[in-house]
Design a protein around this ligand. Structure first.
Ligand SMILES: NC(=O)c1ccc[n+]([C@@H]2O[C@H](COP(=O)([O-])OP(=O)(O)OC[C@H]3O[C@@H](n4cnc5c(N)ncnc54)[C@H](O)[C@@H]3O)[C@@H](O)[C@H]2O)c1
Length: 293
């Protein structure tokens, strides 16, 4: 028996890059896959749905079970259709991997409203909207006595968690996704749903578009290809297993490295039992100004 035997999984943005690797790996692990991808360009401009169909065909050619979906996850109705069509095709939904993404990098002072809105929509709403329709389905299933373990896996980024300049739109969305995952973990545990997040590092067209990264990520002959996007998929599959013991966690993954990311935590404290003045606060906080201890 494989780790995802018979489970039904949606992987968004699975026509290329990381999502494609997840889809192929999940299929090898026994899952039935909905390969969702609208086939957009790097910056989100729409092209065609061929990549999703190619991945689904590749899975079927290997003896797996897969269908393609061209729904736009950033659209409310697209997300609803993605969840509903999965349920009618495969008779249920066990796993939702939110992975679809685009980039529109720009310094804050130059960023356009459209660049901000599009990136926030694809990433943040594109994580929320499918999760929302999956959550309402899972709640209904649970209330009807058909509850069973279900899994959400979201895709954040070190760009958001550690604040990369030039990517305020992308980073804000990616940081919000990590928090969204934690909130989903708390809200949905009553329906037997776990929600976890990854922050991957891998060679895809998204990272190859970043100046300087192509050379770093080029595989060296005979050496472990630590930037191969396929390295990330076993973690995503593990977080999608029915007995996954984690929820509300974020894991960094690159090559053979997996690290648990520590969440926001309270740090240095100053306290008094009355309202501060600006002057007394300045004096109390001065020792902290050199940075966190
Ligand atoms: N590659 C990395 O090192 C890295 C690092 C951190 C985070 N990520 C995240 O991993 C995820 C996958 O990125 P990738 O590197 O594989 O990039 P990629 O461009 O190869 O794949 C992303 C896919 O998402 C699809 N997509 C975009 N908008 C969509 C929408 N609205 N609906 C459905 N599909 C849509 C695209 O068509 C594309 O095929 C993204 O969320 C990205 O931000 C990647």
């Amino acid at each position: 028996m494989t780790s995802l035997d018979g489970r039904v999984a949606i992987i968004t943005g699975a026509g290329r890059g990381l999502g494609r690797e997840h889809a192929l790996f999940f299929a090898d692990e026994g899952a039935k896959i909905v390969v969702n991808d609208l086939g957009g360009a790097n910056d989100g401009a729409r092209t065609d749905q061929v990549p999703a169909e190619e991945v689904a065909a590749e899975i079927r050619a290997r003896g797996g079970d897969a269908v393609a979906s061209a729904d736009d996850v950033a659209e409310w109705a697209g997300a609803e259709n993605l969840i509903n069509s999965t349920i009618s095709t495969f008779g249920g939904l066990d796993i939702l991997v939110n992975n679809a993404g685009i980039l529109r990098d720009r310094m804050i002072a130059n960023m356009t409203e459209e660049e901000w809105d599009t990136v926030i929509a694809v990433h943040l709403k594109g994580h929320f909207a499918p999760s929302r329709w999956a959550a309402s389905y899972w709640r209904e299933e649970h209330k009807s006595g058909r509850g069973k373990p279900r899994n959400l896996v979201h895709t954040s980024s070190t760009s958001g968690l550690f604040a990369n300049p030039g990517q305020s739109n992308y980073g804000a969305a990616k940081s919000a996704i990590a928090t969204f995952s934690q909130i989903a973990a708390k809200e949905l545990s009553r329906y037997d749903v776990v929600s976890n997040c990854i922050a991957p590092g891998a060679r895809t067209r998204l990272t190859l578009a970043t100046p300087g990264l192509e050379e770093i990520m080029t595989p060296r002959e005979g050496a472990f290809d630590e930037w191969d996007p396929a390295n990330i998929s076993p973690l995503v599959a593990y977080l999608s297993t029915a007995n996954c013991p984690f929820t509300g966690e974020t894991f960094f993954a690159q090559g053979g490295v997996v690290k648990r990311v520590r969440s926001w935590e309270m740090g240095d404290t100053v306290e008094q039992s009355s309202t501060w003045s600006v002057e007394t606060l300045a004096e109390a906080l001065a020792p902290l100004a050199d940075g966190p201890s």
